[in-house]
Design a protein around this ligand. Structure first.
Ligand code: GRF
Length: 191
């Protein structure tokens, strides 16, 4: 049976990281097995490091503050992904703007807590909540050099009228945890 390897990149809490590990790592889908071959963060204090360890996965820390510029940071991240032979990188709350060094060399997906193309960039969850739109949503898209601008692969929205911020945030995470693993598998099947 073939093995398809993924790298998961994150910066913070890591609920998506944990959910992806739980639902995909060492699991078989049709003709292949998925392996989380790399867990990587730019933040030495990211809570996700502990979450990955619960599944026996050590996280590689590449602290962006140790690099002179975005390009040299990206070169190192690309190397870590390539060294492990990953087929796909999965960004799960990875709070770094990526240069073409990354985007032109690595096939990657990202999850964004809004109905793209609306609310691209930072604080999307807060901005989407505060807007007068009646719906909020989640999008999974391909990573390109345009921030949050690559092809949308899956998307789901919900009515947010009357929701508190906490309810809104929970709903976003619930959708993220359901659609991200499914989309990763769909993409891996197509590779
Ligand atoms: C998620 O809301 C995701 O959409 C955004 O960053 C957040 C990461 O959350 N890109 P977590 O660290 O996975 O809990």
């Amino acid at each position: 049976m073939s093995v398809k390897k993924i790298a998961i990149l994150f910066s913070g809490e890591g609920t998506n990281l944990e959910n992806l590990i739980k639902k995909l790592h060492n699991r078989v889908f049709d003709s292949f097995k998925v392996e989380v071959a790399l867990s990587l963060t730019n933040n030495p204090n990211a809570n996700g490091i502990k979450r990955a360890l619960k599944y026996g996965i050590e996280t590689v820390i590449v602290d962006h503050r140790d690099f002179e510029d975005r390009e040299s940071f990206d070169e190192r991240v690309v190397k870590e992904i390539r060294d492990r032979g990953c087929d796909l990188a999965v960004l799960a709350g990875f709070m770094r703007i990526l240069t073409p060094i990354f985007t032109e060399n690595i096939k990657a997906l990202n999850i964004h807590p809004s109905l793209l193309p609306l609310f691209k960039g930072a604080n999307a969850l807060e901005r989407s909540f505060k807007s007068d739109m009646k719906v909020g949503g989640v999008s999974v898209h391909k990573v390109t050099s345009e921030l949050d601008g690559g092809e949308i692969l899956s998307q789901e929205c919900f009515n947010k009228e009357g929701m508190s911020f906490e309810e809104f945030e929970n709903k976003i995470h619930q959708i993220e945890h359901r659609i991200y693993p499914k989309t990763v598998i769909k993409v891996l099947k197509s590779l």
